[in-house]
Design a protein around this ligand. Structure first.
Ligand SMILES: NC(=O)c1ccc[n+]([C@@H]2O[C@H](COP(=O)([O-])OP(=O)(O)OC[C@H]3O[C@@H](n4cnc5c(N)ncnc54)[C@H](O)[C@@H]3O)[C@@H](O)[C@H]2O)c1
Ligand SMILES: [Zn+2]
Ligand SMILES: [Zn+2]
Length: 381
C-alpha cells in the first residue's frame, strides 16, 4: 500500500529509554515524535541490537541522557514532514533506515561523502539532536529525550529522508533491520574502505553482527579467499555458509601462522577488523601481506589506542584505512538491492528476536558474546 492518506498516529508511544548506565534500558511511555522538514515518521517494525549501542549503555562512550538508542531500523512511513516533494517517499512505503543519517547539505554531503557528514557527528553523535538543533523526542511532561541516530528502540521514529531507503514487499521487514547498520557498514568497509578487487584475499577479524556481513559481502565482491577469525568456535562455524573459505580460532590457533599457511606465506591483501580492541588490531595487522590494507571498523570503548609496528608498516607499504558506515544515500539502496537479490543473506544472520521490553536482556547477551550474528527487537512481539 502506497498512498499519502493520513494514518492515525497515537499521541504517546513506548520506547526503551536510557536514563543512567546503572539502571540500563527501561521501557517508558513518551510523546510520539513528529517529523519536521526533510524528515519522515516511521512506525518501527524492528530494530537491531548493535555493539555500538553497548558502548553507550555501558558508559564507555559519552552520550547525553535520557536517550533512546537503537540505530538499525526498518518500518513503514506513516507521516511525511514538509519538503519531501522530490524524495519519492510516500506514506505506506516500507523503508530501511541507515544509522549514518546525512544532513545532505554540508560540504562532505555535497561531495557524496555522507560518512563524513559534519552535522551528523556534531549534532547527532555528540548531542543526540537532529539538524535543526533539537530532538524530536520528549517525555510526557515535554522534557527532551536525546536521539542516538533515529532512536529506533521505540514504536515510532523520526528519520531524515536522506537516511531511508525504500524496501519492496519481497523484503522480510523484521530481519531487514540489520541492513541499516551491520550490512551497510560491511558494504562500506568492502566497497569504500578496502575498495576490494576481484581475486584479492581477505581476513575478517571478529565475526559478530558486522563481521558476518563483511564476510558475505567480501565473498560477493569476488575475494578469492575469505578467512574468518574469531575467539568463538560457535561464531565461526556458520561462516562457511556466508562464503568463508577457512576459519581460525585465534585462541586455540596462531592466527598469523595459519593465515600464512593458507596464503602461500604472503598474508592477506585486506584484513578487516570488526571489534575495536588492541587484540583484534594486532591480529589484523599480523595477518596482513606486504602492500596490504588493514580496514578497521570496530569502535573502541572511548579513547583507546592500538600498537602499530612502525617499520613494518612503512617498509612493507601497508595502509590502515578506517571505515565508518558507508555513503548512506548511495550505498544503503545498493545494500537493499543486494538483500532483495539474495546476495546478502540478512534473514539467517538474525538469530534472536526480542520484544521491546527485553531489549536490555538482548544487549546483556550481546555483551556476554551469546548472540550469534545479530539479535533484533521485533516490535510485533
Ligand atoms: N565503523 C562503523 O561504522 C561501525 C558500525 C557498526 C558497528 N561498529 C563497531 O563494530 C564493532 C563490532 O560490532 P558488532 O555489533 O558486530 O559486535 P558483536 O558483539 O556482534 O561482535 C563482536 C565479535 O567479536 C568477537 N571477539 C571478541 N574478542 C575477540 C578477539 N580477541 N579476537 C577476535 N574476535 C573477538 C566475538 O566473539 C564476536 O563474534 C563494535 O566495536 C561496534 O561499535 C562500527
Ligand atoms: Zn551499529
Ligand atoms: Zn552532511
Amino acid at each position: 500500500m502506497t498512498s499519502n492518506e493520513a494514518v492515525q498516529i497515537p499521541e504517546t508511544m513506548r520506547a526503551a529509554v536510557l536514563r543512567d548506565t546503572e539502571k540500563g534500558l527501561q521501557v517508558e511511555t513518551i510523546r510520539t515524535p513528529r517529523p519536521k522538514a526533510g524528515e519522515v515518521l516511521i512506525k518501527v517494525a524492528a530494530c537491531g541490537l548493535c555493539h555500538s549501542d553497548l558502548h553507550v549503555i555501558g558508559g564507555a562512550i559519552a552520550f547525553p541522557k535520557p536517550a533512546v538508542l537503537g540505530h538499525e531500523v526498518t518500518g513503514t512511513i506513516v507521516e511525511l514532514g514538509p519538503g519531501n516533494e522530490h524524495t519519492g517517499l510516500a506514506v505506506g512505503q516500507n523503508v530501511a533506515g541507515g544509522f549514518l543519517m546525512p544532513c545532505g547539505q554540508c560540504d562532505a554531503c555535497a561531495s557524496g561523502h555522507d560518512e563524513l557528514c559534519g552535522p551528523f557527528f556534531d549534532l547527532n553523535r555528540l548531542k543526540g539532536l537532529l539538524y535543526d538543533g533539537t530532538t524530536r523526542l520528549a517525555t510526557l511532561e515535554g522534557d527532551p529525550i536525546y536521539m542516538y541516530s533515529m532512536g529506533g528502540l521505540a514504536e515510532y521514529a523520526v528519520v531524515p529522508s536522506a537516511a531511508v531507503a525504500p524496501v519492496d514487499d519481497s523484503i522480510d521487514l523484521v530481519p531487514a533491520a540489520i541492513l541499516g547498520c551491520a550490512a551497510m557498514t560491511g558494504y562500506g568497509a568492502v566497497r569504500r574502505g578496502a575498495d576490494l578487487r576481484f581475486g584479492e584475499t581477505v581476513a575478517v577479524v571478529a565475526t559478530g553482527g558486522v563481521g558476518t556481513n563483511i564476510v558475505q559481502i567480501a565473498s560477493a565482491f569476488g575475494a578469492s579467499q575469505v578467512i574468518a577469525i574469531d575467539v568463538s568456535d560457535e561464531k565461526l562455524a556458520p561462516m562457511f555458509d556466508y562464503g568463508a573459505t577457512a576459519v581460525i580460532n585465534s585462541v586455540t590457533q596462531n592466527a598469523r601462522e595459519e593465515v600464512l599457511k593458507l596464503t602461500k606465506g604472503k598474508g592477506v591483501d585486506v584484513a578487516f577488523e570488526a571489534l575495536g580492541i588492541p587484540a583484534t588490531w594486532k591480529t589484523a595487522l599480523d595477518v596482513l601481506a606486504d602492500g596490504g590494507r588493514m580496514v578497521p571498523i570496530g569502535l573502541g570503548a572511548g579513547v583507546q589506542t592500538a600498537e602499530v609496528e612502525i617499520n613494518r608498516t612503512v617498509r612493507r607499504s601497508q595502509s590502515i584505512l578506517g571505515s565508518y558506515g558507508a555513503r548512506t544515500r548511495q550505498d544503503l539502496p545498493a545494500v537493499v538491492d543486494l538483500a532483495a537479490r539474495g546476495v546478502i543473506n540478512y534473514t539467517d544472520v538474525v538469530s534472536r528476536r526480542f520484544p521491546l521490553e527485553e531489549a536490555g536482556v538482548g544487549y546483556e547477551m550481546l555483551r556476554n558474546r551469546q548472540i550469534q550474528g545479530r539479535a533484533v527487537v521485533d516490535m510485533s512481539l
